[in-house]
Design a protein around this ligand. Structure first.
Ligand SMILES: NC(=O)c1ccc[n+]([C@@H]2O[C@H](COP(=O)([O-])OP(=O)(O)OC[C@H]3O[C@@H](n4cnc5c(N)ncnc54)[C@H](OP(=O)(O)O)[C@@H]3O)[C@@H](O)[C@H]2O)c1
Length: 429
């Protein structure tokens, strides 16, 4: 983090300290879990010379602990007097309207709101570019591992052919718990008791949260027309201990994965549980750890890993974004994205999972392992490894398309089997 904040001369500032260093005014939109942590972080870093001038909330009369900043319900008071606005409201509206208001007035914006940036990132980045006003959203994706800024600025880094991540700490905590023998409901309760999961954890469990983060990354990779709803997504709520036991018997584990292949010959996406071979680097990560693995053709991949979220890491990243926004120069690219509209990436169809090997587990019907292998082969799925035990029968297949894999799973379901079908992650190079 920068030692002393020198505010850009082009920005208006609130005043000077006795030593003559200018102080910057921070306006907060939202003062919940993250907003309060931002106020605390500003207080803990006096050398950054930041003052929180006010925080927008829904209801100033609600009884709440002192947050260390004046609360208000008038967004103009927070935006129009600020040198930088921090948006931590969550959701699309009123966040979108207020971010537009700030950018149109030339007030830099820092946001942690993945829902907003996934839905309107390209439009807001265009506006930031047009008004030459910084818009930074490092904390919206894997808040504790700052890499999004580099992605936004560097066309070669963002020219990846595939992205694979564990982008949601709550669902990773849950799959780790199931792997250790807990059942889904118990481990979800434990995640909530430990503060890893919200009381409403539906966005985590359904994969919606990870899909929003993947969408933001795809936009930065030039696929700026991709929408969250277009990604192929499955929740983790149907996973059972038997799936994890079967995965172990087949030499791997199951993790909540967000994957996109931007390879024109094999495009696709998958947000949901996937089989991770024990040789894959992701098999070594547990609990709430997040990770992102970037692949360029056949070159060696790059890996980012660390804490995903939580008030402390998120507010630290927001503070760094504030400093970066306030020290931006006129010549900076202002959030447009290094290569935000690659023509070859506008038409990629990411609505189904890319061709891959498949993990398939059957239960609820009496089949012998060789019958299963024969059935799979008759549908175009070659079983490479079959195991049977108390978990039923499970197999890893050779590479096949999403259509072949799902039609086979449907055929097995129609003859009475309960089927888990998951893509297999390619071993990391
Ligand atoms: N929690 C994390 O670990 C984490 C990590 C990374 C990113 N984020 C993102 O950070 C953002 C904030 O998350 P959070 O956990 O701090 O949420 P939160 O605890 O629900 O706080 C939201 C705040 O926004 C205010 N607010 C909401 N709608 C409003 C409206 N229409 N008008 C005025 N004020 C409104 C609320 O006011 P009241 O106080 O009056 O209700 C509250 O102060 C979200 O986008 C989230 O995805 C969170």
């Amino acid at each position: 983090m920068s030692a002393i904040l020198e505010v850009s001369p082009s920005l208006s500032v609130a005043g000077r300290t006795a030593s003559g260093v200018r102080r910057a005014r921070v306006g907060l939109l939202g003062c919940g879990t993250i907003g309060r942590a931002v106020v605390a972080a500003i207080t803990e870093h006096p050398h950054l010379n930041l003052d929180c001038i006010g925080a927008l909330v829904r209801d100033t009369n609600r009884v709440r602990a002192d947050v260390g900043a004046p609360l208000c319900t008038d967004p103009a008071r927070v935006i129009d007097e600020a040198d930088v606005v921090v948006e931590v409201l969550g959701g699309v509206e009123p966040a979108r309207t207020l971010v537009i208001r700030a950018l149109e007035r030339g007030v830099p914006v820092v946001t942690a709101n993945k829902t907003l940036i996934a839905a309107h990132g390209p439009e807001l980045r265009e506006l930031a570019h047009r008004t030459r006003t910084p818009l930074l959203f490092e904390a919206a994706v894997v808040a504790g591992v700052p890499f999004v800024g580099a992605f936004a600025r560097r066309p070669v880094l963002s020219g990846v052919s595939a992205l694979t991540g564990i982008l949601n700490g709550t669902s990773h905590f849950i799959t780790t718990g199931i792997e250790r023998g807990a059942d889904f409901a118990d481990v979800l309760r434990s995640a909530q008791a430990n503060g890893y999961a919200e009381p409403d954890s539906s966005a985590d469990v359904s994969g919606r949260d990870a899909a929003e983060k993947l969408t933001i990354l795809l936009h930065l990779c030039g696929a700026s027309s991709v929408r969250v709803e277009q990604l192929c997504r499955r929740g983790i709520d149907t996973l059972s201990a038997n799936d994890l036991t079967a995965a172990r018997a087949l030499g791997g584990t199951i993790k909540p994965i967000a994957h996109a292949s931007l390879d024109a010959g094999r495009p696709g996406s998958w947000v949901g549980p996937a089989f991770v071979p024990s040789t894959h680097i992701f098999a070594q990560f547990h609990g709430v750890t997040n990770a992102l693995h970037l692949q360029w053709g056949t070159d060696a991949p790059v890996l980012f890993a660390g804490p995903g979220a939580g008030p402390a890491v998120t507010s630290a990243t927001i503070l760094d974004d504030i400093v970066e926004a306030l020290t931006a120069k006129e010549t900076d690219t202002f959030s447009i994205g290094a290569d935000s509209r690659r023509a070859d990436r506008q038409t990629l169809d990411l609505s189904s999972a890319p061709a891959s090997q498949w993990f398939i587990r059957l239960s609820g019907a009496t089949f012998a392992p060789d019958q299963v292998a024969e059935f799979l082969a008759s549908r175009g799925l070659t079983a490479l490894h079959v195991e049977s035990n108390g978990f039923g029968i499970a197999a890893i297949t050779a590479t096949a398309s999403w259509r072949v894999a799902t039609e086979t799973a449907e055929a097995l379901t129609s003859i009475g089997a309960t089927v888990t079908l998951l893509p297999v992650l390619e071993a990391s190079r």
